[in-house]
Design a binder for this molecule. Structure first.
Ligand code: ADP
Ligand code: ASP
Ligand code: MG
Length: 412
């Protein structure tokens, strides 16, 4: 008998009507008993945001452990309601919360990492029930406290559960038909990608394509679990996220990602001496803040320099506190914060063997009069920081430049 894991995001469980569509997908995967199904659900669309907002009305600095107890309730509601639908339809099913599935995580509330899942426990549940409905996004730490896995964390729950139960397939159902060359809600010519490598998907996710949480892709790559991203509201094949093959290398650029949730911080006139970079970035790392782009400007006078970097918008307050604490040690004259920036990235494994992508990207942005504020590159990605107001224009023009609307665009 096969085991299928199916995850449904917030918009797929937004109301009874949507859940009826989910019911159809799940019962068709069950296939009259041919397969056991593990269904992973997110909170109903908007619910996690509502809970975060609620907490901010109660407390200016909500306790992080209580915050996780609060926001995890969204998923609890979804799994209970959906299990009712299944039972009313005559299926042998039950809901399971993160701690009941023994999804063990570290203690980083709000951004916890899965350490272990009790697969024996899950397999024994699967012997007893045909369909298990597991709450995504949540786990439990070593002190028995509820933790959550970061925004979009149900994707990671699904892939980790698929690995734990040795599933035949892990399907991520969402509100678009797969992974596109760029966000189809931003660019009308975006094209669905039939197959994408783990590495490209990792870059897409880390550069802002929120269709999959980055950690879910890390898990999938580590355990070689193919993930099928597809739509709850249609039957067609979506995108298979899988191991790289030769056909993928022939593609120069696979996708464009953007991220409006970054801010730029410039620490001005710090001393140009050993130890300054670590004085800034060690405490940021200790606080769990992910710094992405970093530029240390060349010192004009040999004594001082500016240090510029980007951090997620949500970490603005914590970043400011840390910089304020160390400002006098590193003798900074001032700290500039720019919130109206956005990151645009061009991604493709073909870049490993072909040059010229960065220059084409810069030329294309220049033609639209878009100024580049910062640049960073990796083996398969070029990222530019630009003014936020140009995001849509930049994504559209880069999509055209690299002809991503055309099937089978290859290295030239
Ligand atoms: P869910 O609630 O199902 O988890 P998300 O909102 O987290 O769904 O992710 C799906 C959304 O990701 C899409 O509606 C789309 O706007 C966005 N997205 C961004 N980049 C891409 C991309 N390259 N391909 C597909 N969707 C993308
Ligand atoms: N409900 C959580 C969120 O909105 C987790 C998820 O949907 O994956 O981020
Ligand atoms: Mg999501």
């Amino acid at each position: 008998m096969g085991i299928i894991v199916q995850k449904f995001g917030g918009t797929s469980v937004a109301n009874l009507e949507c859940m009826q569509q989910v019911l159809a997908k799940v019962t068709s995967a069950h296939c009259d008993g041919a397969n056991k199904v593990v269904v992973v659900l997110s909170a109903m669309s908007g619910e996690t945001n509502r809970l975060i907002d609620l907490a901010s009305q109660w407390s200016t600095r909500p306790d992080s452990a209580e915050m996780d107890s609060l926001v995890s309730t969204g998923e609890q509601v979804s799994v209970a309601l959906f299990s009712m639908l299944l039972k009313d339809a005559g299926y042998n099913a039950r809901s399971i919360l993160g701690h009941q599935a023994e999804i063990k995580t570290d203690s980083k509330f709000g951004r916890a990492r899965i350490l272990d899942i009790n697969s024996d426990r899950l397999k024994s549940y699967l012997e007893e029930y045909d369909i298990l409905v597991v709450a995504g996004f949540q786990g439990i730490n070593c002190d028995g406290r509820i933790t959550t896995l970061g925004r979009g964390g149900s994707d990671t729950s699904a892939v980790a559960l698929a690995v734990a139960v040795d599933a035949d397939v892990c399907e991520i159902f969402t509100d678009v038909e797969g992974v596109y060359t760029t966000d189809p809600n931003l660019c009308s010519t975006a094209r669905k990608i039939p197959k994408i490598s783990y590495d490209e998907m990792l870059e897409m996710a880390s550069m802002g394509a929120k269709v999959l949480q980055i950690r879910s892709v890390e898990f999938a790559k580590k355990y070689n679990m193919t993930v099928h991203v597809r739509s709850t509201f249609s039957d067609c094949n979506g995108t298979f996220v899988t191991q790289e093959d030769e056909s993928m290398e022939a593609v120069l650029v696979s996708g464009i990602a953007y991220d409006k949730d970054q801010i730029r911080v410039t620490v001005c006139d710090v001393e140009d001496r050993p130890g300054v970079a670590s004085a800034i970035f060690l405490p940021l790392a200790d606080a769990g803040i992910v710094v992405d782009m970093i530029i240390q400007n060349t010192s004009r006078d040999g004594k001082t320099t500016d240090m510029t970097f980007t951090v997620p918008r949500n970490d603005l307050e914590k970043t400011q506190e840390i910089i304020n604490r160390i400002e006098s040690d590193i003798k900074a004259s001032e700290v500039l914060i720019d919130e109206r920036v956005s990151k645009v990235s061009v991604i493709g494994v073909g870049m490993r063997s072909h040059s010229g992508v960065a220059s084409r990207m810069f030329e294309s942005l220049c033609k639209e009069g878009i100024n580049i504020l910062m640049i960073s590159t990796s083996e398969i990605k070029v990222t530019c920081l630009i003014e936020e107001k140009y995001t849509e224009l930049a994504v559209g023009t880069l999509h055209d430049t690299f002809e991503l609307d055309k099937e089978g665009h290859v290295c030239t």
